[in-house]
Write a protein that binds this ligand. Structure first.
Ligand SMILES: Cc1ncc(COP(=O)(O)O)c(C=O)c1O
Length: 444
């Protein structure tokens, strides 16, 4: 075995040992996967299986002169369909400019690698997506990046004050500070306190050199008027430097758009490597995205989102009381979902519902055997000790589906509790018997 092979094998073996080795799902199970109830994909509005969207897409494909490929990088080919979608999206999202990327990952990686300049600082929520980390790592702010505790305004305030104390450029406005957050966090289903972060920036940075960048990957299509996202819902369009909307989740397409100023757009066109050195989205991709945005504009998506929220409420209403008899270490909901009374705009339920458990794989397998697909999520995707089964509800799920899911979670937990009781009794009996034997022997 070559030295390289040995090292790669050792790394994979180590992951295997720690039960964190990633694997693609078996292709043989792919067909049965479609028969499973989907509690896993990010297809929140079930648009991927919408006959209306499919019909619209096929018909537009048929009518379009350009369908296949795109011919090259945006900087080298005509890209008429791309420019036209950008114009449409800038208007739809009420943004000065829009720029397409091949994926949300590319957009974040490209943006954060090139926009922060020498002397600038990047601050991000500790749960920020991997693509932001990759971008910042490649940027001139690589040695000036800091995280704050998840959604914690006090932690962010402390960090910003410390940075202002240490870096004169931030005080006199010669340097810039970027704050990266997700409007809805993909693993926790929690909302960033966007309005409060904007207020904090305005309070601490009177020179207006703190810039908020919001990743709306998981809120696109679901929140805000016509599914325009949380920034639009809160009316903060003019308070953020950039917003990212991805097409691969609720919109059942591929690609992403960065909404920003014309200057930042122009800079990205010149410096964002994942945009410059790649073949742009194919025309078919653009047509698919156009069709999905039709669904947002014509109100279909809003109806689907309302239905989705009803399902979320129903699921939590039936699960919460039944969890009370289960040890929280075995299965619990995260604090923001403990009680419907505690829910405010920030703690409102979302379609992402983490079922916290110390045994995510056995729970996920149990659900799979009952015909439900909800994936286990473990470290390093989530912090150590925060393992979970990530449940994602979809507009296409039924009330019966979510009731079946609640039944499955509870029956699994009850079986484990029973098993643990039996095991304890067996140990107790063995201990009593051992004690009795000792007693009897002492009488002999
Ligand atoms: C918060 C967030 N941002 C960006 C991305 C990347 O988007 P895409 O799937 O379009 O590359 C994802 C997807 O995993 C995500 O969850």
């Amino acid at each position: 075995m070559s030295s390289l092979d040995a090292k790669l094998n050792a790394a994979l073996f180590s992951r295997e040992q720690r039960e964190i080795r990633r694997r693609l799902p078996q292709p043989s199970s792919a067909s049965s996967e479609t028969e499973l109830i989907d509690f896993s994909s990010n297809d929140y509005l079930s648009l991927a299986t919408s006959p209306i969207l499919r019909e619209r897409f096929l018909s537009k494909l048929n009518d379009s002169p350009d369908v296949l490929g795109s011919g090259g990088s945006r900087l080298l080919v005509n890209g008429k369909t791309h420019s036209s979608l950008e114009t449409r999206l800038a208007e739809f999202f009420q943004s000065p400019a829009a720029l397409l990327f091949n994926s949300g990952f590319d957009a974040n990686a490209g943006f954060f690698a090139c926009i922060p300049q020498a002397g600038d600082v990047v601050v991000y929520d500790e749960y920020i997506h991997a693509s932001v980390h990759d971008g910042v790592r490649a940027s001139r702010a690589n040695n000036a990046q800091f995280s704050f505790s998840h959604n914690c305004l006090a932690s962010l305030r402390r960090l910003l004050i410390k940075l202002l104390d240490e870096r004169h450029g931030l005080v006199n406005g010669q340097s810039s500070l970027f704050i990266a957050v997700e409007s809805l966090y993909s693993m926790d289903g929690t909302f960033a306190p966007l309005a409060e972060i904007v207020e904090l920036c305005e309070e601490l940075f009177p020179m207006r050199n703190a810039y908020l960048v919001v990743d709306e990957a998981h809120s696109t299509g679901i929140y805000g008027p016509q599914g325009r996202g949380r920034v639009a819902q809160l009316g903060l369009e003019n308070k953020v430097l950039a917003r990212l909307h991805t097409f691969g989740k609720a919109l059942a397409a591929t690609g992403a758009v960065v909404l920003t100023s014309t200057l930042v757009r122009d800079y990205l066109l010149n410096y964002a490597r994942p945009l410059i050195y790649t073949t742009s989205l194919s025309n078919a991709n653009i047509i698919a995205a156009e069709c999905s945005f039709d669904m947002l504009e014509n109100g279909v998506a809003e109806n689907l989102a309302n239905n989705l929220m009803d399902l979320v409420t129903h699921f939590l209403d039936i699960l919460r009381p039944r969890l009370q008899s289960i040890p929280p270490s075995l299965v619990s909901l995260p604090p923001h979902l403990h009680s419907p009374d505690a829910a405010d705009a920030l703690n409102a339920p979302s379609p992402i519902i983490p079922i916290m458990t110390s045994q995510p794989r056995p729970l996920s397998s149990y659900l799979l055997n009952l015909g439900m697909n909800a994936r286990p999520i473990t470290w390093p995707t989530v912090p150590k000790g925060k393992d979970r089964v990530r449940v994602c509800l979809h507009s296409g799920n039924t009330r019966e589906d979510v009731e079946k899911l609640a039944d499955g979670v509870i029956s699994w937990a009850e079986a484990i509790v029973l098993e643990q009781k039996r095991a304890r009794k067996t140990v107790q009996r063995a201990q009593m018997k051992a004690g009795l034997d000792v007693f009897m022997e002492s009488k002999l």
